[in-house]
Design a protein around this ligand. Sequence first.
Ligand code: AMP
Ligand code: GLY
Length: 425
Amino acid sequence: MRLLLVGAGGREHALAWKIASSPLCESLLVAPGNPGIAGLPKVTCIPIAAEAVAELVAIAVAERLDLVVCGPEVALDAGLGDAMRAAGIPFFGPSRAAAEIEGSKAFAKRLMGQAGVPTAAFGVFEDLPSAEAFIDAQPGTVVVKADGLCAGKGVVVAATAEEAKSAARAMLTGRAFGEAGARIIVEERLSGREVTMMAICDGKRLALLASSEDHKAVGDGDQGPNTGGMGTTSPSPLVDEALAQTILETLFVPTLRALTASGRPFAGLLYGGLMLTPDRGPMVIEWNCRFGDPETQSVLMRLDEDLLPWLAGAAAGAMPPGRPRVRSGVAVCVVLAAASYPATPRLGDAIDGLPHPAEDLMVFHAGTRRAADGRFVTAGGRVLGVTGYGADLEAARRRAYGAIEKIHFEGMHFRRDIGLRGKNS
Ligand code: AMP
Ligand code: GLY
C-alpha cells in the first residue's frame, strides 16, 4: 500500500512509526511531518499543511494512494475526509458532519442527552444573563466551555460561581476564544479519575484500543495550568476488562448509534475522555474524533500487531474481527516541554543526547526542527515524547526517565510523576 498521513506532532510520529513498520506498507508520505518522522524508513515528508485540503487531495489523486490517514481534528473539521472520499480515495477519519462530535461541544452534549449516555448535566448559552442565571441555579461548582475547537484550551474548571461567571463573560462578551466561544456550555463539575479510551470504528463496529491516562496539568501532582498533555500511561490501573466492556456498551455503542441515526455515521477513531465517578460509574467528559495526543504514543507502544489492516479496514467499512492485540506490560510517555510552555514557548534551542530507538524505547518528536547545521532544535511547546515500555510500571518509568537523563535542551521541563497516581482518584 502507498499511503499519506496528515499531521506533524508526536501522535503522528507514533502513527507513522507503526504504519511504516507494516509489511503491507510500501511507502508513506507525511504532510507536513516533522524531523523525527522524516527519519523513519519508507517515509517522505512533504511541506503541505494539514488543513490544505485541495492540495492534499490533488496529491492523493495524482499518486493514486491506497489510503489517507488523518491525525489532527482541524483537517477533519476543514472537510478533508469528505473531499478525499469524493475523489475516490480511501480515508481513515470521520466526515466533517460526524467530526462535529468534537467540533461542537453543544452538538455532542445534545446527542448524548438523546442517546441516554451518562454525561454531566449542562446548559447551552449564547447570552450572558441566561448563562449567569444557570450558574447561580447550580447546586455545586461548574465548568465553562467554549463550544468550538480551541486547540485544547477554552475550558475553565471554576472553583466558585463568580469565577464561572467571569469565564462566561470573557467568552461570550469578550470573545476570549473568538467565534469558538460565541456559544458556551456550562456543565456540572464531575469528580473522580479521568481516563482515556479510544476505539477504531468502521461505521458499524467498534474495536477498543488499550486504556490510557493523560496528565494535563503542567506540574507534578497535577498542579499548575493545563497543557495539551504532559505525559500518558497505558494501561490505566483502574480499567480492567469488565470496566472496558461497560464503557464500550454504555458510552461508545449508544453514541455511535446516535451518530448513525442522526445521519452522521462515524468511521475513524472515536476518543472518549471519561470520568470514572465513585457513585455514577463511567461518564463522558468529551468525545474527540481523532487519536489522542499524547495518549497514542503510549497506547501504540503496547500494540502487538499490525495497525494498518485496522486503519484500512475502518476506511473500507469492514474491520478485522475482534480488536487489536495488546502487549501485557506498561508504557509511559513523558513529554519534554520547552521553556515557558504552556505560555508562549521559547524556540530554537539545540537538542542533545537523543537515544537510539529500541523495542522498549521511542522518542517521538512533537515540536522539533532541523537547523542548518543538521542538529535538532526546539520548534514547539511540547518538544519530545520519551516513551518507555516495560513489564510493569516501574520498569517502564525507569526506561523513559533513564533516557531523559541524557537528553538536554535549554529550558527543558517535564513531569517526574507520570504514572504515579496509583489506584486512587
Ligand atoms: P476538555 O477540553 O473538555 O477535555 O476539558 C479539559 C479538562 O477539563 C478535562 O480533561 C477535565 O480535567 C476538565 N473537565 C472538563 N469538563 C469537566 C467536568 N464536567 N467535570 C470535571 N472536570 C471537567
Ligand atoms: N490528550 C488529550 C487529547 O488528545 O485531546
